[in-house]
Design a binder for this molecule. Structure first.
Ligand code: 1HN
Length: 345
């Protein structure tokens, strides 16, 4: 195997001009760019967004731009590796902080990418997905699967802010991203499925032949249950970390086609050094404080902060209080493509 491949400069000018005229280019000078040896060479760089910095900017957006002029009032978190204005936080994950003020509503639309929201602050916000009204309480994970109509409303009296995660970068790359618009949806007069069909883990509505299960049977994962489950797991854990994956209660599959979600509870002052993973991920702090190191860069985090790590990052965490973190990752996508991988540190 040759270490040094030929470069463009090795080739005569007239040959380079003839190739360009014929609409072709030589692979070999570019080969290592598109196919590096041993591991990917990510463009994405570690990013950190302090909530206390974002919050006033978001509230100012509320004064500057009425929701009617914004459709969705969001500040997008740009991957430092791609620079200012990048509409993505990692290769596959878009992140943004969205503000809805009391009495406002964000119009119904549906689009090809899937979205999930983690509620950051404020009471009274809700999303309607396919006619189901999903209350948004702090820490809840609320899904908007691709193709499902959704609009947001607010019946409280303080600003509501949430973190949006979408697989938008993939759809943009695939030239498959588009939306359709519609009037606000009629809401079914009943609580969401987490309060009706899926009240308890391991219990689902009886499976008779007539019953049709929705593709996305449960679209709201209330934080209170997640925290309770993590605390209970931690009580009987030998490790300083408890982890829970969000799954479809009917199938046990990932909740969305490309994005996955894991909730973690970290004990204070214990180092956590996970294996290297082929996924890119974003960590959003629900509660607690601590430090993490991503590829040698140290981040001190507090409640509601968000940070990202590119694929195969060496990551370590040390909470300085009891801490709860949700990790947004792209393992479902990589599992589907058959290349998810873990490597020892
Ligand atoms: C979207 O539909 C929402 O529905 C939020 O709240 C952020 C970013 C890009 C494209 C669509 C929403 C979005 C988005």
């Amino acid at each position: 195997m040759s270490e040094q491949l030929g470069t463009l400069d090795d080739l005569p000018d007239d040959y380079q001009a003839d190739m360009a005229n014929a609409g072709v280019a030589p692979l070999w000078p570019m080969m290592r760019n598109v196919l590096p040896h041993g591991a990917p060479n990510p463009v994405t760089r570690y990013g950190y967004w302090n909530y206390q910095n974002l919050r006033p900017l978001l509230l100012r957006a509320g004064e500057l731009t009425p929701v009617e002029k914004a459709e969705r009032r969001v500040l997008v978190m740009s991957d430092p590796g791609r620079g200012t204005g990048a509409m993505q936080a990692t290769s596959s994950i878009y992140l943004g902080m969205q503000l809805l003020l009391p009495g406002e509503s964000a119009p119904a639309h549906r689009h090809t990418p899937s979205a999930a929201r983690i509620i950051v602050e404020g009471r009274g916000g809700f999303t309607v997905v396919d006619g189901e009204k999903l209350p948004m309480e702090e820490g809840d994970l609320v899904l908007t699967p691709g193709g499902e109509w959704h609009d947001h409303g607010h019946e409280g009296d303080e600003p509501v802010i949430w973190l949006d995660a979408l697989d938008l970068p993939l759809f943009v790359y695939l030239e498959g991203s588009y939306a359709e618009e519609a009037p606000l949806q009629a809401q079914r007069n009943r609580p969401d499925a987490s309060e009706v069909e899926y009240m308890a883990a391991g219990l689902v509505p009886s499976r008779n032949r007539e019953k049709k299960v929705r593709n996305y049977p449960m679209m709201r994962y209330p934080w209170a249950r997640t925290e309770q489950a993590l605390r209970q797991q931690m009580k009987y854990n030998d490790d300083p970390i408890a982890e829970i994956d969000y799954v479809n209660p009917e199938t046990g599959d990932d909740v969305l086609p490309t994005m996955g979600f894991t909730a973690m509870m970290l004990q204070s002052y214990k180092s956590i050094e996970p294996v290297l993973k082929s996924t890119s991920c974003a960590f959003h702090i629900i509660k607690g404080e601590g430090k993490s190191i991503v590829n040698g860069e140290e981040v001190s985090w507090g409640p509601k902060d968000t940070f990202t790590a590119p694929v195969f990052s060496e990551i370590s965490h040390k909470a300085t209080s009891e801490a709860f973190v949700i990790c947004i990752h792209d393992k479902p996508l990589q599992d589907r493509l058959g290349y998810y991988e873990e490597r020892p540190r």
